[in-house]
Design a protein around this ligand. Structure first.
Ligand SMILES: [Zn+2]
Length: 257
């Protein structure tokens, strides 16, 4: 891994390109899916997201600055962006505490958006998910039965972002929304934490799937499984918060191998 740059903007471009490739290496994104962060030069107005490119291929010079207000490029001559970049712009517009966003279509997560089975923390590494099931955004509820399921504009993005509204004014923005027939979107207070959350959200999904099988079906899950309590989630999240860089460093090292 290269030494950290003294220029925070250059370091951010480097980290965002690494984040994109880490997600690809861990199977959280494939040819599709994306990760963004606020632009450190103007965090209230702009965010950074790659041009329209498969995540495994993203390098620092592929990253473009976009306006939070309307998801259009800051430089009108920028290369074409992702169709679903309004997912990112609308979350940054609605929630000041969100610094990074990941949108993904992982096969492990899709089943949990299709039916009402609990998606919450089953182990300490996913304690950020909490003890209440993640919300499910169903695009058909707001936009009817004939969409192509994609978040195509700011109206779609605003509706999705609203699913992340915290439970109270003192709570942080919810970390995850499942998207029926599409995937999921997660938020975090830093880019490295967003990657941590993406990887452990995927692991949580895998554990829940195997747990459901062991329990004899999803209907047995709530009855048979003892999920983490609210207190356990809070304590564990506090413990994990100091360990994010340790995980990030090894995931970056794996990219070199
Ligand atoms: Zn998508």
């Amino acid at each position: 891994m290269s030494a950290e740059s003294a220029d925070p903007s250059a370091q951010c471009l480097q980290d965002l390109s690494l984040a994109s490739r880490i997600l690809a290496r861990h199977g959280i994104v494939d040819g599709f899916g994306h990760v963004s962060c606020r632009d450190p030069r103007s965090p209230k107005e702009h965010f950074l997201l790659s041009r329209n490119l498969a995540p495994a291929l993203v390098q620092p010079n592929d990253i473009v600055a976009w306006r939070i207000s309307d998801a259009e490029p800051v430089d009108p001559d920028s290369p074409r962006g992702f169709l679903e970049r309004c997912i990112h712009s609308e979350i940054y517009r609605q929630f000041d505490d969100v610094e990074a966003v990941v949108h993904f279509h992982s096969l492990d997560i899709i089943p949990f958006g299709l039916m009402n089975i609990p998606f919450k923390a089953v182990y300490h590494m996913a304690s950020f998910l909490g003890c209440e099931s993640a919300p499910i955004f169903d695009i058909a509820d707001a936009f009817g039965p004939g969409t192509d399921m994609l978040i195509r504009n700011t109206t779609h993005g605003a509706a999705l972002a609203s699913s992340l509204t915290p439970n109270s004014t003192s709570s942080p923005t919810r970390p995850l929304v499942l998207m029926r027939g599409h995937g999921a979107t997660l938020t975090a207070a830093s880019l490295k934490l967003a990657i941590f959350r993406a990887i452990y959200t995927q692991n949580n999904a895998k554990i829940l799937t195997s747990l459901s099988s062991l329990a004899g079906g999803t209907s047995q899950l709530e009855r048979e499984a003892k999920f983490l309590s609210a207190e356990e989630c809070a304590a564990s999240e506090m413990s994990n918060s100091g360990q994010v860089s340790r995980a990030w460093d090894v995931w970056c090292k794996e990219l070199e191998d």
